[in-house]
Write a protein that binds this ligand. Structure first.
Ligand code: CP
Length: 320
Protein backbone atom coordinates (compact mmCIF):
# COMPACT_ATOMS: atom_id res chain seq x y z
CA UNK A 1 0.00 0.00 0.00
CA UNK A 2 2.83 2.41 1.02
CA UNK A 3 4.70 1.50 -2.18
CA UNK A 4 1.61 2.15 -4.35
CA UNK A 5 1.06 5.49 -2.58
CA UNK A 6 4.73 6.50 -3.09
CA UNK A 7 4.53 5.69 -6.81
CA UNK A 8 1.31 7.71 -7.06
CA UNK A 9 2.86 10.71 -5.27
CA UNK A 10 6.01 10.43 -7.42
CA UNK A 11 3.84 10.39 -10.58
CA UNK A 12 2.02 13.55 -9.44
CA UNK A 13 5.37 15.22 -8.67
CA UNK A 14 6.85 14.19 -12.03
CA UNK A 15 3.81 15.55 -13.87
CA UNK A 16 4.22 19.05 -12.47
CA UNK A 17 6.27 21.89 -13.92
CA UNK A 18 9.18 23.05 -11.77
CA UNK A 19 7.99 26.68 -12.17
CA UNK A 20 4.77 28.47 -11.22
CA UNK A 21 5.06 31.15 -13.96
CA UNK A 22 6.34 30.93 -17.53
CA UNK A 23 8.70 33.91 -17.64
CA UNK A 24 11.35 32.55 -19.98
CA UNK A 25 12.88 29.32 -21.30
CA UNK A 26 15.92 30.23 -19.20
CA UNK A 27 13.99 29.19 -16.08
CA UNK A 28 12.77 25.81 -17.43
CA UNK A 29 14.38 22.40 -17.02
CA UNK A 30 14.62 19.95 -19.91
CA UNK A 31 12.03 17.81 -18.06
CA UNK A 32 9.61 20.80 -18.05
CA UNK A 33 9.95 21.16 -21.82
CA UNK A 34 9.37 17.43 -22.33
CA UNK A 35 6.30 17.54 -20.06
CA UNK A 36 4.91 20.49 -22.07
CA UNK A 37 5.54 18.51 -25.32
CA UNK A 38 3.78 15.37 -23.97
CA UNK A 39 0.81 17.45 -22.83
CA UNK A 40 0.70 19.40 -26.12
CA UNK A 41 0.65 16.13 -28.06
CA UNK A 42 -2.58 15.17 -26.25
CA UNK A 43 -4.11 18.61 -26.79
CA UNK A 44 -3.17 18.54 -30.49
CA UNK A 45 -5.29 15.42 -30.81
CA UNK A 46 -8.15 17.23 -29.05
CA UNK A 47 -8.07 20.28 -31.34
CA UNK A 48 -8.14 18.05 -34.40
CA UNK A 49 -11.33 16.32 -33.21
CA UNK A 50 -14.83 17.38 -34.27
CA UNK A 51 -15.48 18.59 -30.72
CA UNK A 52 -12.39 20.66 -30.02
CA UNK A 53 -13.17 21.76 -26.48
CA UNK A 54 -12.30 20.22 -23.11
CA UNK A 55 -13.44 21.42 -19.65
CA UNK A 56 -9.89 21.44 -18.17
CA UNK A 57 -9.84 25.16 -17.22
CA UNK A 58 -13.52 25.66 -16.39
CA UNK A 59 -13.83 28.29 -13.60
CA UNK A 60 -10.32 29.64 -14.34
CA UNK A 61 -10.23 33.27 -15.53
CA UNK A 62 -7.34 34.43 -17.71
CA UNK A 63 -6.53 38.02 -18.71
CA UNK A 64 -4.64 38.61 -21.95
CA UNK A 65 -2.79 41.90 -21.49
CA UNK A 66 -1.24 43.03 -24.76
CA UNK A 67 0.78 46.26 -24.58
CA UNK A 68 2.33 45.59 -28.00
CA UNK A 69 0.83 44.51 -31.34
CA UNK A 70 0.32 40.84 -32.06
CA UNK A 71 -1.59 38.69 -34.51
CA UNK A 72 -0.46 35.06 -34.00
CA UNK A 73 0.32 35.03 -30.27
CA UNK A 74 -2.84 36.87 -29.21
CA UNK A 75 -5.23 34.78 -31.32
CA UNK A 76 -3.39 31.58 -30.40
CA UNK A 77 -3.56 32.23 -26.62
CA UNK A 78 -7.23 33.20 -26.83
CA UNK A 79 -8.11 30.13 -28.89
CA UNK A 80 -6.14 27.90 -26.51
CA UNK A 81 -8.01 29.38 -23.52
CA UNK A 82 -11.39 28.89 -25.21
CA UNK A 83 -10.52 25.28 -26.17
CA UNK A 84 -9.77 24.70 -22.45
CA UNK A 85 -13.11 26.31 -21.41
CA UNK A 86 -11.44 29.16 -19.45
CA UNK A 87 -13.13 32.54 -19.02
CA UNK A 88 -11.17 35.09 -21.05
CA UNK A 89 -10.63 38.85 -20.72
CA UNK A 90 -8.82 40.73 -23.48
CA UNK A 91 -7.06 44.00 -22.72
CA UNK A 92 -5.21 46.21 -25.16
CA UNK A 93 -3.17 49.17 -23.95
CA UNK A 94 -4.36 51.56 -26.68
CA UNK A 95 -7.94 51.57 -25.34
CA UNK A 96 -7.06 51.46 -21.62
CA UNK A 97 -6.29 53.84 -18.75
CA UNK A 98 -2.53 53.34 -19.37
CA UNK A 99 -2.87 56.42 -21.60
CA UNK A 100 -3.99 58.34 -18.45
CA UNK A 101 -0.71 57.49 -16.68
CA UNK A 102 -1.56 54.33 -14.71
CA UNK A 103 1.45 52.08 -13.95
CA UNK A 104 1.72 48.47 -15.14
CA UNK A 105 1.41 46.98 -11.62
CA UNK A 106 -1.56 49.24 -10.74
CA UNK A 107 -3.35 48.24 -13.95
CA UNK A 108 -2.71 44.54 -13.35
CA UNK A 109 -3.63 44.69 -9.64
CA UNK A 110 -6.94 46.33 -10.55
CA UNK A 111 -7.64 43.56 -13.05
CA UNK A 112 -6.64 40.89 -10.51
CA UNK A 113 -8.98 42.32 -7.88
CA UNK A 114 -11.77 41.18 -10.23
CA UNK A 115 -10.64 37.59 -9.36
CA UNK A 116 -8.46 36.80 -12.36
CA UNK A 117 -6.31 33.65 -11.94
CA UNK A 118 -3.71 34.00 -14.69
CA UNK A 119 -2.19 36.84 -16.72
CA UNK A 120 -0.76 36.50 -20.23
CA UNK A 121 1.47 39.51 -20.82
CA UNK A 122 3.01 40.95 -23.97
CA UNK A 123 5.02 44.08 -23.32
CA UNK A 124 7.66 46.11 -25.21
CA UNK A 125 9.97 46.31 -22.16
CA UNK A 126 12.47 43.49 -21.59
CA UNK A 127 11.89 42.03 -18.11
CA UNK A 128 8.25 43.22 -17.82
CA UNK A 129 7.01 39.70 -16.98
CA UNK A 130 9.69 39.14 -14.34
CA UNK A 131 8.87 42.56 -12.84
CA UNK A 132 5.18 41.69 -12.72
CA UNK A 133 5.82 38.25 -11.20
CA UNK A 134 7.84 39.94 -8.43
CA UNK A 135 5.17 42.56 -7.77
CA UNK A 136 1.79 40.88 -8.07
CA UNK A 137 0.27 37.72 -6.71
CA UNK A 138 -0.83 35.84 -9.82
CA UNK A 139 0.38 33.32 -12.35
CA UNK A 140 2.17 35.09 -15.23
CA UNK A 141 2.78 33.81 -18.76
CA UNK A 142 5.24 35.84 -20.82
CA UNK A 143 3.86 36.30 -24.35
CA UNK A 144 6.96 38.27 -25.44
CA UNK A 145 8.83 41.02 -23.57
CA UNK A 146 10.73 43.45 -25.81
CA UNK A 147 13.91 41.90 -27.16
CA UNK A 148 14.23 39.55 -24.16
CA UNK A 149 12.23 36.28 -24.33
CA UNK A 150 9.23 34.76 -26.14
CA UNK A 151 9.00 31.37 -24.41
CA UNK A 152 5.83 29.96 -25.99
CA UNK A 153 7.23 30.76 -29.46
CA UNK A 154 10.40 28.78 -28.65
CA UNK A 155 8.31 25.90 -27.29
CA UNK A 156 6.15 25.73 -30.41
CA UNK A 157 9.23 26.03 -32.66
CA UNK A 158 11.01 23.22 -30.78
CA UNK A 159 7.87 21.08 -30.75
CA UNK A 160 7.49 21.49 -34.53
CA UNK A 161 11.12 20.39 -34.97
CA UNK A 162 10.58 17.49 -32.55
CA UNK A 163 7.60 16.35 -34.70
CA UNK A 164 9.75 16.49 -37.84
CA UNK A 165 13.09 15.21 -36.52
CA UNK A 166 12.35 13.27 -33.35
CA UNK A 167 14.64 14.26 -30.51
CA UNK A 168 16.68 17.43 -31.12
CA UNK A 169 19.74 15.93 -29.44
CA UNK A 170 22.71 16.33 -31.83
CA UNK A 171 20.69 18.16 -34.50
CA UNK A 172 22.29 21.21 -36.15
CA UNK A 173 20.24 24.40 -36.07
CA UNK A 174 21.24 27.77 -37.49
CA UNK A 175 19.31 30.87 -36.41
CA UNK A 176 19.55 33.50 -39.13
CA UNK A 177 19.12 37.26 -39.17
CA UNK A 178 18.40 39.90 -36.55
CA UNK A 179 19.66 38.09 -33.46
CA UNK A 180 20.34 41.37 -31.64
CA UNK A 181 16.69 42.52 -31.37
CA UNK A 182 15.01 39.11 -31.33
CA UNK A 183 13.31 37.64 -28.26
CA UNK A 184 12.62 34.54 -30.39
CA UNK A 185 16.37 34.07 -30.92
CA UNK A 186 17.22 34.13 -27.22
CA UNK A 187 14.35 31.83 -26.20
CA UNK A 188 15.15 29.45 -29.04
CA UNK A 189 18.86 29.34 -28.16
CA UNK A 190 17.90 28.35 -24.59
CA UNK A 191 15.33 25.78 -25.77
CA UNK A 192 17.43 24.18 -28.52
CA UNK A 193 20.49 23.94 -26.23
CA UNK A 194 18.47 22.46 -23.35
CA UNK A 195 17.17 19.83 -25.78
CA UNK A 196 20.74 18.95 -26.85
CA UNK A 197 20.93 20.60 -30.30
CA UNK A 198 24.06 22.23 -31.71
CA UNK A 199 23.24 25.89 -32.41
CA UNK A 200 24.93 28.51 -34.59
CA UNK A 201 23.82 32.03 -35.45
CA UNK A 202 24.28 33.74 -38.82
CA UNK A 203 23.59 37.27 -40.06
CA UNK A 204 25.27 40.66 -40.47
CA UNK A 205 27.90 41.10 -37.72
CA UNK A 206 26.10 44.31 -36.70
CA UNK A 207 23.01 42.25 -35.75
CA UNK A 208 24.87 39.70 -33.60
CA UNK A 209 25.19 40.46 -29.84
CA UNK A 210 28.86 40.87 -28.81
CA UNK A 211 28.76 38.14 -26.16
CA UNK A 212 26.84 35.54 -28.17
CA UNK A 213 29.51 32.87 -27.47
CA UNK A 214 28.68 33.05 -23.75
CA UNK A 215 25.34 31.39 -24.65
CA UNK A 216 27.25 28.40 -26.05
CA UNK A 217 26.59 29.19 -29.72
CA UNK A 218 29.04 29.97 -32.55
CA UNK A 219 28.74 32.72 -35.13
CA UNK A 220 29.02 31.89 -38.82
CA UNK A 221 29.19 34.86 -41.18
CA UNK A 222 28.65 33.01 -44.46
CA UNK A 223 25.01 32.01 -45.02
CA UNK A 224 25.80 29.37 -47.65
CA UNK A 225 28.26 27.66 -45.27
CA UNK A 226 25.59 27.79 -42.55
CA UNK A 227 23.01 26.21 -44.89
CA UNK A 228 25.42 23.42 -45.85
CA UNK A 229 26.06 22.73 -42.14
CA UNK A 230 22.53 22.74 -40.75
CA UNK A 231 19.53 20.41 -40.46
CA UNK A 232 17.29 23.38 -39.64
CA UNK A 233 17.35 27.03 -40.74
CA UNK A 234 15.41 29.15 -38.28
CA UNK A 235 14.85 32.41 -40.18
CA UNK A 236 14.11 35.54 -38.15
CA UNK A 237 12.30 38.75 -38.95
CA UNK A 238 14.27 41.98 -39.28
CA UNK A 239 12.83 43.98 -36.35
CA UNK A 240 12.69 47.39 -38.01
CA UNK A 241 10.51 48.77 -35.18
CA UNK A 242 13.33 48.19 -32.64
CA UNK A 243 16.08 49.80 -34.77
CA UNK A 244 17.09 53.43 -34.30
CA UNK A 245 19.96 53.25 -36.80
CA UNK A 246 20.93 51.36 -39.95
CA UNK A 247 22.46 47.94 -39.32
CA UNK A 248 23.08 46.98 -42.96
CA UNK A 249 23.48 48.95 -46.22
CA UNK A 250 20.04 48.16 -47.73
CA UNK A 251 17.22 45.65 -47.55
CA UNK A 252 18.11 44.47 -51.07
CA UNK A 253 21.68 43.67 -50.02
CA UNK A 254 20.46 41.96 -46.82
CA UNK A 255 18.10 39.76 -48.85
CA UNK A 256 20.89 38.90 -51.32
CA UNK A 257 23.32 37.85 -48.56
CA UNK A 258 21.09 36.44 -45.80
CA UNK A 259 17.68 35.91 -47.40
CA UNK A 260 16.64 32.35 -48.27
CA UNK A 261 15.43 31.81 -51.83
CA UNK A 262 14.79 28.85 -54.12
CA UNK A 263 18.17 29.25 -55.86
CA UNK A 264 20.07 28.84 -52.55
CA UNK A 265 17.87 25.89 -51.55
CA UNK A 266 18.33 24.16 -54.93
CA UNK A 267 22.13 24.34 -54.49
CA UNK A 268 21.93 22.18 -51.35
CA UNK A 269 22.30 18.43 -51.78
CA UNK A 270 19.96 17.75 -48.86
CA UNK A 271 16.58 18.78 -47.45
CA UNK A 272 16.54 21.17 -44.54
CA UNK A 273 13.68 22.29 -42.30
CA UNK A 274 12.83 25.98 -42.63
CA UNK A 275 11.06 27.82 -39.80
CA UNK A 276 10.00 31.43 -39.30
CA UNK A 277 8.08 32.79 -36.29
CA UNK A 278 6.16 35.38 -38.36
CA UNK A 279 5.30 37.99 -39.26
CA UNK A 280 7.49 37.58 -42.35
CA UNK A 281 9.03 40.47 -44.28
CA UNK A 282 8.22 38.83 -47.63
CA UNK A 283 11.20 39.07 -50.01
CA UNK A 284 13.64 39.92 -47.21
CA UNK A 285 14.19 36.90 -44.89
CA UNK A 286 12.39 34.53 -47.25
CA UNK A 287 11.51 34.90 -50.92
CA UNK A 288 7.94 34.30 -52.08
CA UNK A 289 9.03 31.21 -54.01
CA UNK A 290 10.17 29.63 -50.72
CA UNK A 291 7.22 30.84 -48.59
CA UNK A 292 4.65 29.59 -51.12
CA UNK A 293 6.51 26.37 -52.02
CA UNK A 294 5.09 24.31 -49.15
CA UNK A 295 8.72 23.55 -48.20
CA UNK A 296 8.58 25.42 -44.89
CA UNK A 297 6.89 24.40 -41.63
CA UNK A 298 5.65 27.93 -40.86
CA UNK A 299 1.94 27.08 -40.74
CA UNK A 300 2.68 23.90 -38.72
CA UNK A 301 4.37 26.20 -36.18
CA UNK A 302 1.19 28.29 -35.99
CA UNK A 303 -1.00 25.18 -35.61
CA UNK A 304 1.26 23.78 -32.87
CA UNK A 305 1.16 27.13 -31.07
CA UNK A 306 -2.41 26.49 -29.92
CA UNK A 307 -1.61 23.03 -28.51
CA UNK A 308 1.58 24.28 -26.83
CA UNK A 309 -0.23 27.22 -25.20
CA UNK A 310 -3.03 24.91 -24.04
CA UNK A 311 -0.37 22.69 -22.46
CA UNK A 312 1.43 25.59 -20.78
CA UNK A 313 -1.74 27.11 -19.27
CA UNK A 314 -3.14 23.71 -18.25
CA UNK A 315 0.10 22.76 -16.46
CA UNK A 316 0.44 26.17 -14.76
CA UNK A 317 -3.23 26.13 -13.69
CA UNK A 318 -2.65 22.76 -12.03
CA UNK A 319 -0.24 24.59 -9.68
CA UNK A 320 -2.74 27.31 -8.68
N1 CP B 1 5.42 35.22 -33.73
C1 CP B 1 4.77 36.21 -33.09
O1 CP B 1 5.00 36.49 -31.91
O2 CP B 1 3.87 36.87 -33.88
P1 CP B 1 2.91 38.05 -33.38
O3 CP B 1 3.78 39.24 -33.07
O4 CP B 1 1.96 38.28 -34.53
O5 CP B 1 2.21 37.58 -32.13
Amino acid sequence: MVKILSIYILKIMINKLSVSNLLGIKYLKESDINLIFETAKNFKEVINRKIKKVPSLRDITIANLFFENSTRTKISFELAQKRLSADVINFSSSSSSISKGETLSDTVNNILSMKVDMVVLRHPSPGASVFLANNINSCIVNAGDGCHEHPTQALLDSYTLYENLGKLNGKKIVIVGDILHSRVALSNIFAFKKLGAEVKVCGPKSLIPKHINSLGVDYVSNFEHALNWCDVASMLRIQNERMNQSYFPSTREYAKEFGLNKEKLDKLDKKIIITHPGPINRGVELSSDVIDSGKTVILDQVENGVAIRMAVMYLLASRL
